[in-house]
Design a protein. Structure first.
Ligand code: ATP
Ligand code: MG
Length: 337
């Protein structure tokens, strides 16, 4: 018998539309691997709720925006299952079983969650839901028995946490779950337009995949560059300069990028020209995405069907795993069935 096709699970929080960081960190790999892997892409609304519980009404509209972004970058709805997290209640059940397999000390060490808590500055203390979301994320990955998880760098502690939980589960109850591997994007952490370490919806430093031309131009022309350079004739720094990080990630004209870097280092090109060329390159990259997004947005009923069908197929896969999980844990009380 042929080995079963391997699976991918990854996802995004519906806290807004997707941006360039998502593309290089994860979406690109999803598109490239969609024909080799059985792929499940989770719109993680329950996870988004952990820091948006005061405004749950914000999530529904963003579920649609994120689904449109998936279709716009070329995920094929015939192959890839787009799954809404809250519509798979089995995920909550597995999360509860997993809570026994993680210690408080381990959760408290997670560097990504620590940083996110610092940024959010929760007024009434850190909600347990937010602090423990890596456990529910481990359930997301494990329930789909994913082998590979295409993610950005900030997610590495989550994948490591998932691997530990899976090992512990399998050791205690029997080999049911799969130990997943992270697959980092070509650019594992794209900086923000403000020069901040990470482009992130929560930090308002993004260029969105669906942004119109004028918005992209405005963001690019006001981008942070090399703070040590005052005049265009001063030699500039390419390393650590977000404008060049974006050129490296998105400009398909490699010769132009090499030439601009050389001139920048010598002080023979100004920031304005470097940014104008970046804007042109981003337009080449974004216009087909924008066009596909617009075409799908004209057919909301079709998008709805894609998400409903993806979620149905995703839930079936999750239920199959949960049958095995309950049996392994001796929780399948047939006597009451
Ligand atoms: P939020 O601020 O709501 O957390 P986000 O912009 O961090 O939003 P997520 O939905 O948390 O986006 O992340 C989804 C996926 O995209 C993850 O795999 C994450 O690693 C990846 N990702 C997000 N931002 C970047 C970035 N700037 N560079 C590379 N990958 C990124
Ligand atoms: Mg995030």
């Amino acid at each position: 018998m042929a080995a079963p096709i391997k699976r991918i699970l990854t996802g995004d929080r519906p806290t807004g539309p997707l941006h360039l960081g998502h593309y290089v960190g994860s979406l690109k790999n999803r598109v490239e691997l969609q024909h080799q892997y059985d792929s499940y892409i989770l719109i993680a609304d329950l996870q988004a709720l952990t820091d948006n519980f005061e405004h749950p009404e914000r999530l529904g509209g963003n579920v649609v925006e994120v689904a449109l972004d998936y279709l716009a970058v070329g995920l094929d709805p015939e192959r890839v299952k787009i799954v809404v997290q809250s519509m798979v209640p089995e995920l909550c059940e597995l999360t509860v079983y997993f809570m026994n397999l993680v210690t408080v000390a381990t959760l408290e060490r997670n560097p990504t969650v620590k940083e996110e808590i610092r940024q959010r500055n929760f007024q009434r203390g850190v909600p347990v839901g937010f602090w423990s979301y890596p456990i529910s994320q481990a359930a997301d990955i494990a329930i789909f028995k994913a082998h590979l998880v295409p993610v950005g760098e900030d997610q590495l502690p989550m994948i490591e946490q998932t691997r530990e939980i899976v090992r512990r589960f399998n050791a205690l109850y029997g080999r049911v779950l799969v130990e997943p591997k992270a697959l980092l994007g070509e650019v594992a952490r794209l900086p923000g337009t403000d020069g901040g370490a990470k482009m992130s919806k929560s930090l308002n430093n993004c260029i969105y995949l669906g942004d119109p031309t004028e918005a992209v131009q405005k963001r690019v022309m006001s981008m942070f560059t090399d703070p040590t350079r005052i005049h265009p004739t001063d030699p500039g720094h390419v390393e650590g300069n977000p404008v060049f990080a974006y050129h490296d990630a998105f400009n398909d004209d490699r010769a132009e990028v090499a030439e601009l870097k050389e001139r920048y280092r010598k002080g023979t090109v100004g920031d304005v020209e470097v940014k104008q060329r970046l804007f042109a390159a981003l337009e080449r990259f974004l216009s087909p995405i924008r066009e596909r997004r617009r075409a799908f947005a004209e057919h909301p009923e079709r998008v709805r069907e894609i998400v409903v069908e993806g979620t149905r197929r995703g839930r079936a896969a999750a239920q199959a795993t949960m049958d095995e999980v309950r049996a392994a844990m001796r929780l399948n009380y047939t006597v009451f069935a």
